[in-house]
Design a binder for this molecule. Structure first.
Ligand code: G5P
Ligand code: MG
Length: 217
């Protein structure tokens, strides 16, 4: 049982494994996973106003406008209340980081540093169950039955923004916008970087780091 409330942000390029590592953090530490991308994709499926607005931006690899995103994410964080969480996909630029900083005290930033060539190869094989956000990867974590979600048995889909031309645009945008955000967090001594090519080498280091941080090692 962890008593201290811990607020972490996970940062990394598209396909770096933020969702994968966050799932393990949820299972090991019981934190809540707040993923901006999952929230948007669920809204697209439900055809909400937010989903309708976000769809075009996501499909073309652009960011959803800041006002929409900050409103959505701050509402979700408020709903979560006083619980430990791992924030994935937000903030995405300096404007969003400023708004988050005004609202929340972040305890740690986990930065996943994965080479772009690894990422480009990976996302070609990514399949998702969009309603839940569950993610699979052929040859890494295959579904039990090909093409079907393990829990619901519903069909898996590929993300529209995983097309190679959209992925390269997302990677470029990431480098451009997240450099200043990382620098801002680094100045405050919050960033720990995990460099590697595979989740199996990165996860044990993240787990150790968090155990030490929450003083339960
Ligand atoms: P998202 O949804 O936030 P991205 O682009 O930040 O999307 P993404 O693509 O979800 O990040 P990830 O979560 O970092 O990647 O990676 P993942 O899904 O865990 O892993 C990638 C794949 O590799 C998976 O298939 C996984 O199984 C596999 N994998 C993991 N480890 C290994 C390994 O060791 N080996 C192998 N072989 N495979 C592995 O944002 C999407 C869009 O939403 C909008 C934007 O339009 C954005 O482009 N958006 C926002 N817009 C404005 N502001 C915000 N704050 C926004 N947030 C989202
Ligand atoms: Mg993700």
């Amino acid at each position: 049982m962890y008593t201290k409330i811990f607020r972490a942000v996970i940062i990394g390029a598209p396909g770096s494994g933020k969702g994968t590592i966050s799932d393990r953090i949820v299972k090991t530490f019981g934190f809540l996973h707040i993923s901006s991308g999952d929230i948007l994709r669920q809204n697209i499926i439900k055809n909400t106003d937010l989903g309708k607005k976000a769809q075009q931006y996501i499909a073309s690899g652009q960011l959803v406008p800041d006002d929409i995103m900050t409103k959505t994410m701050i509402a979700r964080i408020t709903e979560v209340g006083n619980k430990s969480y791992i924030l994935d996909g937000f903030p995405r630029n300096s404007a969003q980081a400023d708004i988050l900083a005004a609202r929340e005290q972040i305890d740690a930033v986990i930065n996943l540093d994965i080479p772009h060539d690894v990422i480009i190869e990976r996302v070609k094989h990514r399949w998702i169950h969009a309603p839940s956000g569950r993610v699979y990867n052929i040859g890494f974590n295959d579904p039990k039955v090909a093409g079907k979600d393990d829990i619901t048995g519903e069909p898996l889909t590929q993300r529209e923004d995983d097309k190679p031309e959209v992925v390269s645009k997302r990677l470029q945008l990431y480098d451009e916008l997240m450099g200043p955000v990382l620098a801002w967090y680094a100045e405050r001594g919050l960033v720990t970087s995990f460099k590697g090519r595979e989740t199996k080498e990165i996860w044990p280091r993240v787990e150790r780091f968090l155990k030490d941080k929450v003083n339960m090692g």
